[in-house]
Write a protein of this length. Structure first.
Length: 221
């Protein structure tokens, strides 16, 4: 489902050119769940952002299914990001003026979905994450764990083939982190999505199908 080959990325800094990814390669099957671990600055989030069309590589290849990401124009990247990739971030990023239901529906509407179809899909996901009774609330009326569960539903509303989660429990206490992780795993499994989770947590990593470790821009053998 996801194939990364010899991926390279550098940035300019005051100290000169910094190589963030130095020939990263990996391959993930449909439905596989993977934890990506390593010290801060090793390239984890950069790799995630390139796979999610939020950043571009200098060279190499990233394929989701048969679609090559490297070299796509901005319009094509935006389209692929909307329909194929779901993001779960550490800080939720829910829109404060919208209800939970409206936050979940929004990506489907932006992607051109019909309003009744988006509403049905949002209702189904909110039931799966246990927020059907909170659908009419706004984000400030939710706990941190509830906001993250809403963010999970939003990430999955367009039935993405790939879910990318960047420290999804990093802003939660241990109890809410456990609840959110369990919900995320259950929903991703039901959707048969491939999931890559960037995390520093050994507890989170232990729940994934496999663990990859990064250091200095490489995936370690």
């Amino acid at each position: 489902m996801v194939k990364v080959t010899d991926l390279r990325k550098s940035y300019d800094s005051s100290a000169g050119r910094v190589e963030v990814l130095r020939g990263v390669s990996l391959q993930l099957a449909r439905g596989e769940t993977v934890a990506l671990m390593g010290p801060s600055g090793c390239g984890k989030s950069t790799l995630l952002n390139i796979m999610g069309c939020l950043d571009v590589a200098d060279s190499g290849s990233v394929k989701i299914g048969e679609q090559e990401l490297v070299g796509l124009d901005e319009k094509s990247m935006t389209e692929l990001r909307r329909k194929t990739v779901g993001f779960v971030f550490q800080f939720f990023h829910l829109l404060p003026t919208l209800t939970v239901r409206e936050n979940v529906e929004l990506p489907a509407l932006i992607a051109g979905g019909l309003s009744h179809t988006a509403a049905e899909r949002a209702a189904r996901l909110l039931e799966l994450v246990g927020l059907n009774k909170r659908a009419g609330h706004r984000p400030h009326q939710l706990s941190g764990g509830e906001m993250q569960r809403a963010a999970i539903a939003r990430a999955l509303v367009n039935k993405p083939a790939v879910v990318l989660a960047d420290e999804p429990t990093g802003n939660l206490d241990s109890h809410n982190g456990e609840v959110v992780l369990r919900v995320l795993m259950e929903v991703v499994s039901e959707e048969n999505a491939t999931m890559i989770v960037v995390t520093h947590s050994a507890e989170v990593a232990s729940k994934m199908g496999c663990v990859l470790h990064m250091a200095d821009g490489h995936i370690l053998p």
